[in-house]
Design a protein around this ligand. Structure first.
Ligand code: NAD
Ligand code: UD1
Length: 337
């Protein structure tokens, strides 16, 4: 298949590109590099031995996007492009709606104008809001609690209307849980600018000595050790989930919302211990107050993904930590992005 990846230079997009290239798909990466660098293309060539065309463009540039879809005879689009920091979305909601919702509209206009009707959208478990029960299945009510989450929900709703408008649309909203880890080569991974918002990159930087200690946001949750529990999923498992979704959509018109998670939750302190084991480094931490907006536990019911996609996450927590550490070390030695 010829597949265009919006946001294909980013963390999840680049790992998905590796899997898709290695499965024989032809790709075009379309990204405005607002949260990535051109070097990703070189790393992808180093990993796969294949050259992938890259277009430096914004998804809101409907004309450029339409030309890209037509010129490369694209069959399907995976839409990763978007801003993703929850805190920033509270401070700059207009930027988030403009980039994420307007970006999705522009993409749909471009796809419609060249009659491409297969789309995979990067959604998030954040659409479920505070869990009413666990594990979260796809029928759990949705309720976003911040502008980032509301963008995801608006887009999912829009995609529902689009799928209703013609029977030949094939759309999957993949609700990712907590992606972590890196490609086994250590060449690509998650490389946040400034202070990391998310747990795993923060732990990695503490282990590497770049930051003094981890702040554990609350140890008074109703969980086994009092710290927050999440469903961490290896980014290469997540990437393979996208390849499985393209296969599934080729047989399955309509709109499909599917969780991509492992079904297994780990606490913050379990993550710290796992990372210490994988890295051989001490990770000092201090318990501080809860972070506003956090919930105690979130994990997926991965049954629908296994039924529909014949896919499940295979990699262990050790793999997640070891690959993160490999990337962290190669980054510090200047090998990576
Ligand atoms: P990322 O920031 O690493 O990648 C996103 C890419 O999109 C970047 O390369 C960025 O330059 C590009 N981009 C942003 N706005 C663009 C625009 N207007 N036009 C063109 N390119 C643009 O993020 P990621 O972690 O790879 O996330 C990918 C998608 O998955 C996002 O939509 C995100 O909301 C979603 N998601 C991520 C997580 C996570 O924890 N990483 C969890 C759930 C959902
Ligand atoms: C975050 C996003 C969510 C997104 C998800 C997927 C927020 C509020 N939510 O969720 O929208 O879908 O990522 O990647 O940003 N923690 C610490 N110390 C830290 C960082 C985190 O103790 O320095 C704890 C948190 O309280 C939480 C767990 O670690 O219990 C995971 O946090 P994080 O990695 O930020 O992910 P989420 O909060 O699940």
């Amino acid at each position: 298949m010829n597949v265009l990846l919006t946001g294909g230079m980013g963390y999840i997009g680049s790992h998905t590109a590796v899997v898709l290239l290695q499965s024989g798909h032809r790709l075009v990466l379309y990204d405005n590099l607002s949260n990535s660098t051109y070097k990703v293309v070189e790393k992808l060539t180093q990993i796969t031995g294949l050259h992938t065309p890259f277009i430096n463009g914004d998804v809101r540039n409907t004309q450029l996007l339409t030309e890209a879809l037509a010129t490369h005879h694209i069959d399907a689009v995976i839409h990763f492009a978007g801003l993703k920091a929850v805190g920033e979305s509270v401070e700059k909601p207009v930027d988030y709606y403009a980039n994420n919702v307007q970006g999705a509209i522009s993409l749909l206009e471009a796809m419609q104008s060249v009659d491409i009707k297969t789309l995979v959208f990067s959604s998030s478990a954040t659409v479920y809001g505070e869990p009413q029960y666990l594990p979260l299945d796809e029928n759990h009510p949705t309720r976003a609690i911040n502008p980032y989450g509301r963008c995801k929900l608006h887009i999912e709703e829009m995609l529902g209307d689009v799928a209703e408008s013609a029977p030949d649309w094939r759309i999957a909203c993949l609700r990712y849980f907590n992606p972590v880890g890196a490609h086994e080569s250590g060449l690509i991974g998650e490389n946040p600018d400034g202070v990391p918002n998310n747990l795993m990159p923060y732990i990695a930087q503490v282990a590497a000595g770049k930051r003094a200690e981890l702040s554990v946001f609350g140890a008074d949750y109703p969980t086994a050790d009092g710290t927050g529990v999440r469903d961490y999923i290896h980014v290469m498992d997540l990437a393979e989930g996208h390849a499985a979704t393209l296969r599934f959509l080729s047989q399955s018109p309509g709109l499909h919302a599917i969780n991509l998670g492992t079904g297994q939750g780990y606490s913050v302190l379990e993550m710290v211990r796992a990372f210490e084991k994988a890295s051989g480094c001490h990770v000092p931490y201090r318990i501080v107050a809860r972070r506003a907006g956090d919930v105690s536990a979130v994990y997926a019911n991965p049954h629908k993904a296994s039924e529909c996609l014949s896919w499940r996450a295979l990699r262990s927590l050790d793999d997640m930590c070891a690959s993160t550490w490999r990337f962290q070390r190669s980054e510090r030695s200047g090998m990576t992005l």
